[in-house]
Design a binder for this molecule. Structure first.
Ligand SMILES: [Fe+2]
Length: 236
């Protein structure tokens, strides 16, 4: 798979028209990369506001839309998984929310040092083509527990398959059987084999669908200064 085919590139300038970015995200078969994006929360928030509706969370900067993904330790514990140096396996964000945002924006303010902290992605379309009809049926029907939500990994909406997958959430809040662990291991293998890496540069803003692809990241050094600003949002 050639990574470049999966990226739609733009260069930021104040006249950047968000309508083509909206169209790319609606189509959902590409990652949108905007280079030279300004590094401030305000610029990030106002641009996303021209595309969709941001999710506001208490833990975000000023309780608004931007969350700083960086290492934060409190009494030698990480403040959250997002504030750790750990690798994140491929997942959907907010799999346990009542309403899952269908898009994510990640703005690279400070990249990790060479060969660390790469972002990983996987397009659901690629995987669907490799699954038997029977397997797709199973993934549409079987419900998994994402904290308080009971959801299937695949759903079919207007002839489009969508995905909701976060193994850490599934396994953190419910007992699963040996057979189910094997099932998830096989899925993880399939997802991994279809994934690709992108190393974000300073000023790269990447926008992608949270319901049509999975994302993750490679691990980083414990003292890394890597800083990625994140906004989760929904386009209609
Ligand atoms: Fe995530």
């Amino acid at each position: 798979m050639k990574v470049l085919d999966l990226l739609t590139r733009y260069k930021f300038d104040t006249n950047l028209n968000s309508s083509s970015v909206i169209e790319d995200l609606k189509q959902g078969n590409t990652l949108v990369l905007i280079e030279n994006f300004p590094l401030s929360d305000d610029a990030f928030e106002s641009f996303i506001n021209t595309i969709g509706v941001s999710i506001i969370e208490n833990r975000n900067n000023n309780r608004k839309a931007v969350f700083n993904v960086k290492i934060v330790k409190q009494n030698s514990f990480f403040e959250s998984i997002a504030n750790s140096n750990l690798a994140f396996p491929l997942h959907t964000d907010c799999a346990d929310f009542n309403s899952i945002p269908n898009c994510i924006g990640l703005l690279c303010v400070e990249p990790a040092t060479l060969k660390q902290g790469e972002s990983t992605f996987m397009f659901l379309n690629e995987v669907i083509n490799q699954l038997s009809e029977k397997r797709i049926e199973e993934l549409l029907n079987k419900k998994w527990k994402f904290r308080n939500q009971s959801r299937s990994i695949l759903t079919l909406e207007n002839k489009t398959y969508k995905i909701c997958y976060d193994r850490i959430t599934i396994e953190s809040f419910s007992e699963i059987s040996k057979i189910e662990i094997d099932e998830l291991n096989k899925l993880d293998e399939l997802f991994e084999s279809n994934s690709f890496d992108i190393k974000l540069k300073k000023g790269d803003l990447i926008l992608f669908r949270n319901d049509l692809m999975l994302h993750g990241r490679k691990g980083i050094d414990i003292d890394s200064k890597r800083l990625i600003k994140r906004i989760r949002f929904t386009i209609s």
